[in-house]
Design a protein around this ligand. Structure first.
Ligand code: HEM
Length: 132
């Protein structure tokens, strides 16, 4: 693995994004992690949601590379108690589901890469979660 942790994750995400199936698998794992989570996507257009998530994960990575927090603040607002009302415990299930998906899709996946992803994404996830 070469580059800063944020670069390493950026490249790994590029390998994952090659297949649309990455996002299908993510939502399968995430929804399987709790019936209450599955229920939140009951009326969601999942093909549209997969596209929105593709961009959302990119925002987390770009934030780690020093980009403005504006987009993440707006995700914090849409997910807070007056929005989708997403309790803070669900974010660790979100991240675990994401890492399970990365392990399936990135041929270069390793324990070290897993740690790298978690370290890089955590500040951005915390920003969204803390807006609750
Ligand atoms: C919508 C990203 C965590 C549930 C969205 C959207 C994005 C997004 C980009 C669409 C834009 C918007 O409506 O604001 C993320 C990211 C997360 C995260 C990056 C992690 C940091 C979660 C978690 C849940 C969740 C933990 C728990 C169930 C939802 C729901 C919607 C949504 C219910 C709306 C779906 C609909 O339109 O029917 N998310 N999300 N998100 N997210 Fe998240």
């Amino acid at each position: 693995m070469v580059g800063t942790p944020a670069d390493i994750v950026f490249q790994s995400y590029g390998r994952c994004c090659k297949s649309e199936q990455f996002f299908v698998d993510f939502y399968d794992y995430f929804m399987a992690s709790s019936p209450a989570i599955k229920d939140r996507f009951r009326v969601t257009d999942m093909s549209q949601q997969r596209h929105l998530l593709r961009n959302g994960i990119m925002q987390l990575v770009l934030y780690a590379r020093g980009m403005s927090d504006r987009k993440l603040r707006s995700l914090g607002e849409s997910h807070n108690r007056s929005g989708y009302n997403i309790p803070s415990e669900w974010y660790s299930l979100w991240l675990d589901s994401l890492m399970k998906t990365v392990s399936k899709h990135d041929p270069e996946y390793s324990r070290a890469l897993d740690t790298c992803w978690r370290d890089v994404l955590t500040p951005g996830i915390d920003l969204i979660r803390d807006a609750y």
